[in-house]
Design a protein around this ligand. Sequence first.
Ligand SMILES: [Ca+2]
Ligand SMILES: [Ca+2]
Ligand SMILES: [Ca+2]
Length: 258
Amino acid sequence: MYKTRKLLIVLLLLWPGELLCAQVTTYTDRSAFLADLSQTDVTLTWETLSADTLIPHDDRVRGITFSYLIGDEILRTTDAFAQTTEEGKNSLGLTGPDASFLSGDAFMMTFDIPTSFVGLYVIGSPGDVREGDITLSFGGGLISNAPDPGMVLPDGGQAYFLGIIATGPFSSFTEAVLVSNDPTGSGLYVFNADDIIHHGCVANLDDYGSVTFGDLALFGQYWLMTGCEACGGGDFTGDQNVMPDDLSIFITDWLCGM
Ligand SMILES: [Ca+2]
Ligand SMILES: [Ca+2]
Ligand SMILES: [Ca+2]
């Protein structure tokens, strides 16, 4: 009996880190990451929110809960910087005067729908972020930023992609953490985060659970509207109209996340 208990304790200690360890592949090249995805991906670009929207600790935005403890600062969207897309306006920063994270800051993301992959951009000022400064951890894997940015933005901002894909029989997880290193403890660089990619449901318009009747009701509010910009998220094709081509995408996504 004693031996059985001991074995059980050892098994629990090993669970899931050793017994169910997923294999992870890490990426600093966004195109290579996207090419390897095997599930539907959604991207939190922050564009459906107004600039300066506050995201308090443990608040949820489009299926991701953000948890952090960064002094008395609060996460917020900001339009102060150039974007990774021409039409983009917002990225994620903090309430401080520079609207950015400071080296040493960290936050955790908890996903409503378990995902086997997470990717995002961190964007620093020209020449500020050095190789390995910022690390994403997910599914038992870690990836830090490369020495050179994957993208240089019109205002000189340098965007570094961090991505992790887990594979194997136990490869879905609900948590990822972004950590920025600051060996001096006094702050070396500032950065923003954007374009958070994870497995999700495009048509999850109420940001809650899976794609069901609540989402259908929201979609219905915008049905056949034209020139409605984000259209409550119901314009999946990006033409600012909610038409049969959007409905077709909604139907494809029906019950996604169940
Ligand atoms: Ca954005
Ligand atoms: Ca939903
Ligand atoms: Ca549309």
